[in-house]
Design a protein around this ligand. Structure first.
Ligand SMILES: NC(=O)c1ccc[n+]([C@@H]2O[C@H](COP(=O)([O-])OP(=O)(O)OC[C@H]3O[C@@H](n4cnc5c(N)ncnc54)[C@H](OP(=O)(O)O)[C@@H]3O)[C@@H](O)[C@H]2O)c1
Length: 285
């Protein structure tokens, strides 16, 4: 498994298991549990979840999947912005720990920017870190301007990652955020790496490259996010066939020809794109 370095040099897997929409329906819980367990069995040891997913239900599925193998896993969860205050965060973290059936979250992220002052949120993260309830903290859906603001705060150097939307069809972060994070030795976590399984998978460029590698377009989309040494990618899959495909992506090496074909159809950005629209859409869902 390819690894990526956190700012303190600790290595974490470059490929993880997403969990958005898990834990929402009791009828799907077993399928989701089987999918996560299969992913772990196939060596995918990073799991991304959030208190928001399934209103805590996704964390419960993760807790169940992690039983007996917690120490081998790197668990990422996220606090909702409304809870990211001095008093709200410790309580939210305790609830997450209980659902995850663990005594620590490996990486705890602010899901997106809310109304609590960022300095207060960072202070709350630091207290949890000192108490041993989280190992690392980070942010999500922060653009470069947000990261620059964060960098001015005390203890901001302990921010371990920014988790953002990144796939072949949404390359905005390449313009400034990915270089900024790389310069600060901070990995980016790419969410929705296969465009949520939608239209992106109809891409002719992905289909052509997939044929060259005897792979699927989804595998190429995931391998493409992993081509950057500073990116961790977290595709979500409930279908066991998808889990198997995704777990094998670390072995796919894209050639310069593959990358230029993808660039010709899905060009890199030529201007800054703010993340506001993404967040707005997410909040409305
Ligand atoms: N921080 C944030 O604000 C944020 C926002 C969005 C997502 N995330 C995180 O990132 C994770 C991934 O993003 P996402 O769930 O939005 O989208 P995604 O991983 O790009 O796509 C998931 C969809 O693709 C399908 N799929 C998975 N593997 C496939 C394959 N090999 N071939 C064809 N289809 C495949 C899945 O179907 P099946 O489930 O049926 O297998 C599911 O419908 C989330 O689960 C979550 O953990 C974070």
């Amino acid at each position: 498994m390819r690894m990526v370095r956190l700012p303190d040099g600790t290595e974490v897997p470059a490929l993880g298991l997403g969990t958005w929409h898990m834990g929402e329906r009791g009828s799907a819980a077993n399928t989701e549990l089987v999918a996560l367990k299969l992913g772990i069995e196939l060596g995918v040891m990073l799991i991304d979840t959030a208190e928001m997913y399934g209103n805590g239900g996704a964390e419960e599925v993760v807790g169940e999947a992690a039983r007996g193998q917690r120490d081998q896993l790197f668990i990422v969860s996220k606090v909702c912005p409304d809870n990211a205050s001095r008093t709200g965060m410790p309580a939210a973290c305790d609830r997450s720990l209980k659902r995850l059936r663990t005594d620590r979250i490996d990486l705890y992220l602010l899901h997106w920017r809310g109304s609590h002052p960022l300095g207060e949120t960072v202070e709350a993260f630091e207290r949890l870190r000192t108490a041993g309830k989280i190992r690392y903290w980070g942010v999500s859906n922060f653009d470069t301007r947000d990261m620059q603001g964060l960098a001015r705060l005390t203890a901001s150097a302990n921010c371990a990652t920014d988790q953002v939307l990144y796939h072949v069809g949404r390359r905005g972060i390449e313009y400034d955020l990915l270089p900024w994070c790389t310069e600060h030795a901070m990995p980016v976590m790419a969410y929705s790496p296969i465009g949520q399984g939608g239209r992106l998978l109809q891409s002719k460029a992905l289909a052509t490259v997939a044929q060259r590698h005897g792979a699927t377009p989804a595998q190429i989309a995931i391998a493409w996010t992993m081509r950057h040494p500073n990116v961790i990618t977290i595709p979500k899959a409930s279908d066991p066939a998808h889990v198997r495909e995704n777990a094998a992506c670390g072995a796919i090496e894209l050639s310069p020809d593959d990358l230029s074909l993808i660039d010709s159809v899905h060009p890199p950005p030529s201007a800054i794109r703010r993340m506001g629209t993404t967040i707005w859409r997410m909040v409305r869902r």
